[in-house]
Design a protein around this ligand. Structure first.
Ligand code: 9D3
Length: 228
């Protein structure tokens, strides 16, 4: 699967050299290419932003450089799903990641400043936000989408069994509590049931812990309504 990012800060994407994704890229399972929006900037100063019509503080991304960048990437790589990263987009979820994983490739458009000229929206297939908090640009959100989608590409994740577990888990409940060695840490013991070797009992304990935790922390996430 291919990921193409249009951005003013291509250097930020070195973060994706590390870990699972770095390995998948080395194996050729995924391709990540950044495209510098500045290359399509206007005039001697390669301008990509301008003051808002109607006044107000801050700068807005002009449409022409973005359109030129999108057209250049689309001409070289046909069939990419075009995604505008914007605080006004649809909230990004695991369900959205699963949908996007079917695409042959994604084009992610990351903005800076106070946002895009409204006409830029017509150039994208969809708009995504990663949540209701204010960031300085669309780069980190684009990386979040890339990581969530890439790990669903066959062969990228080391252990495909954990994919099954999570597709079922994210539908309904939070994870049950997990423990590893040592048996006692700072006075806190591993629950006795996990040391019992009784796999029926362990399964039942994990399910009830997952339900309890979900009801307390995320009422409405498949769990019972919150208790006082
Ligand atoms: C001061 C008005 N701001 C609205 C809350 C405008 C604004 C804030 C932040 C305009 C752009 C940005 C930069 N953010 C993104 O480009 C962005 C983002 C985010 O900030 N949070 C969650 N998801 C995303 S996707 C792109």
């Amino acid at each position: 699967m291919e990921f193409h990012v249009i951005t003013l800060f291509p250097e930020m994407f070195v973060a994706l050299d590390a870990g699972l994704l770095g390995r998948a890229r080395n194996q050729g399972r995924i391709v990540l290419t950044t495209h510098n929006l500045r290359d399509h900037g206007l005039g001697n100063y390669r301008q990509v932003d301008d003051a808002p019509y109607g006044g107000g503080s801050g700068m807005v991304m002009r449409p022409e450089p973005i359109a030129a960048a999108i057209d250049a990437v689309a001409a070289a790589h046909p069939g990419l799903v075009k995604i505008l990263m914007t605080p006004q987009g649809a909230p990004f979820t695991q369900a959205a990641a699963r949908e996007l994983a079917f695409a042959d490739g994604l084009m992610l458009i990351a903005g800076r400043y106070e946002g895009f000229d409204e006409r830029v929206r017509t150039l994208a297939d969809r708009e995504i936000s990663i949540g209701d908090y204010v960031l300085s640009g669309g780069e980190l959100p684009a990386m979040v989408v890339i990581e969530a989608v890439a790990r669903l590409v066959p062969g990228v994740l080391g252990n495909p069994a954990s994919l099954d577990e999570e597709s079922f888990a994210d539908a309904a409940l939070l994870e049950y509590p997990q423990y590893t060695r040592p048996e006692e840490f700072r006075g806190m013991r591993v629950p006795e049931v996990l040391l019992s070797g009784d796999h029926g009992k362990i399964r039942a304990w994990r399910q009830s812990e997952a339900r309890r935790r979900t009801a307390r922390r995320r009422p409405g996430l498949g769990g019972a309504p919150r208790k006082a």
